[in-house]
Design a protein around this ligand. Sequence first.
Ligand code: AMP
Length: 632
Amino acid sequence: MPINITLPGQSNESQAPAGRVVGIDLGTTNSLVAYVENGKAKIIEGADGKLVPSVVTLDDYGGVVAVGVKARQRSMMDAAHTVYSVKRLMGKSYQDVKKEAGMLSYKLLQADEGLVRIQIGNKLYTPIELSSFVLLELKQRAEEFFGEPVTRAVITVPAYFNDAQRHATKDAGRLAGLDVLRIISEPTAAALAYGLDRKNDGTVAVYDFGGGTFDISILKIKNGIFEVLSTNGDTYLGGDDIDRRLMDLFITQIQHINPGFVPTPEQIQRIRTVAEKAKIDLSTHMKVMIEIDIPEAGIAYRRNLTNEEFKRVAKSVIDRTRKPCEDAIRDAKLDVDDLDEVVLVGGSTRMPMVKELVKDIFKRKPHDELNPDETVALGAAIQADILAGDTKDVLLLDVTALSLGIETMGGMMSTIIPRNTTIPTTATDNYTTFVDDQTGVEINVFQGERDFVKDNRHLASFTLKGIPPLPAGAAKVSVTFLIDADGILHVRAIETHTGIEQTVAVKPSYGLTDEEVERMLRDSITNAPADIAARRLVEAKTEAQRILGATEKVLGQLRRGQLNITAAKLKQINVGAVIDALYALRRAVNSEDPVEITKQQNLLESATEPLAKEIMNASISEALTGKTVEQV
Ligand code: AMP
């Protein structure tokens, strides 16, 4: 049953002078944009649904070919130009993500200062730029919906996101032309969506089980104020793991019947799709029929999958969410009986066995009235509306996920703000000089729980200069850390005798510098609309020519009988439709209308699909969908 979210003292925002304001859930797999109207939060739907897959397809020259559903559709055909799961890379160094490089189909490189870059074609991108493409898509979707500019947004991040990751998310918003009013934690947004801020006192557990990640957060509400007491989870645990297990089961059984069968990446993807669909159907059915047809390998696999068998396959994955929950409750210094509410977030919480487990862990029925995919975006919209309306009804408080401190002698970590401190917060510690006549003190800021800074994450460095020459230990340097409501750290160092001070907005080593963001913003602004339109036309023509060339080549091969397709199969394929679509695209390419070119290109792609399926030679199949003629 849908819940009406009515906020106290809410005014109609439609006349907001500074442009529309939205809430954005920028997810690893999918993103959403929402708004509040007459006190009710709603998701903005596009022509292809509510979810915008966080997937971007690029060409070799820096052009954005597709974002969202279209980019995901193309991902199977054009993996080398498709970028997904960028959220995993946000605010991280190359060292941080090196281990993950093998699991991604795109190439990660190390740039200056250890930053990570993604290579597509000849171009290198930062995770911030790639995320900004997804945010821009959401912004445009909202602008189309409202028919007016959208300038301000609240964007959500996982509660455990550190300073650099929050900075990076904010930068991505700025690059997309959004004034990011605030970065808020996903669990806090979820609790807001359920209107739990209206409870006077209580504690809430937010259990967020998505496609690739699991997060558990414990929040406290006091007088309508949220505080994140603790967070835990597993960044590599989600519904995808269940899909993989089902897929392995099917492949093993197929291999039993067809020894020697080794699936190609494309066949694996097909089996994975069947596995995911079966999992989803089993959330509402007692059994499903599995049908996997791979005619090129002589495979026609059929079987029934019952809920009981599915449970056996999925159990060990789902059970792995139990320990992080117990740890989070303990870290919050609570007992399970102290918890008042449990909120479900993430597509995988639709599984009845997940709901059962949550009920078992938390000893109460969880909230599942809202669509678990939409909860976070709805909460973000509510917060955005409150901020835009200058209503101070709800103040969100988060905690620092990791301790923050500075390096002291011997490479030791001196913690200034311990982990799980409620933010915004400020703390000060005093230090002194170590050698006589020392006129400068280098301040190295780190994040982490280890005793030696070499094991922690370096955030920033700066030098406090101009200290008068004094004997060692005489100068007193006071270092203040301030974490603002966005979770971003500001550091101030002051020599107390002389009053010399340096206030440094900490530039996380793994984000973009302000100058870089400014330059990119300037670049995007100087790209006048006319330039953008011209570029869009050139890009559309280039892509269309490529597809025309590849299709013509395949048709030629078909005509010469060079393709290994039986006459019977050929009869089932509507080659005439392919030829018609080919001519239509050729005509469109000579026009100056990028929309028409893209439309005809899509029609040709749909028309060639049955033919592509029948082509057994993988390289020829690629010619239809991705590669240049020369590469075939
Ligand atoms: P999210 O990351 O929150 O978008 O969640 C995506 C995950 O939820 C994917 O693994 C989906 O397969 C899974 N999912 C979505 N709907 C269902 C459903 N009805 N039953 C089980 N899993 C689902």
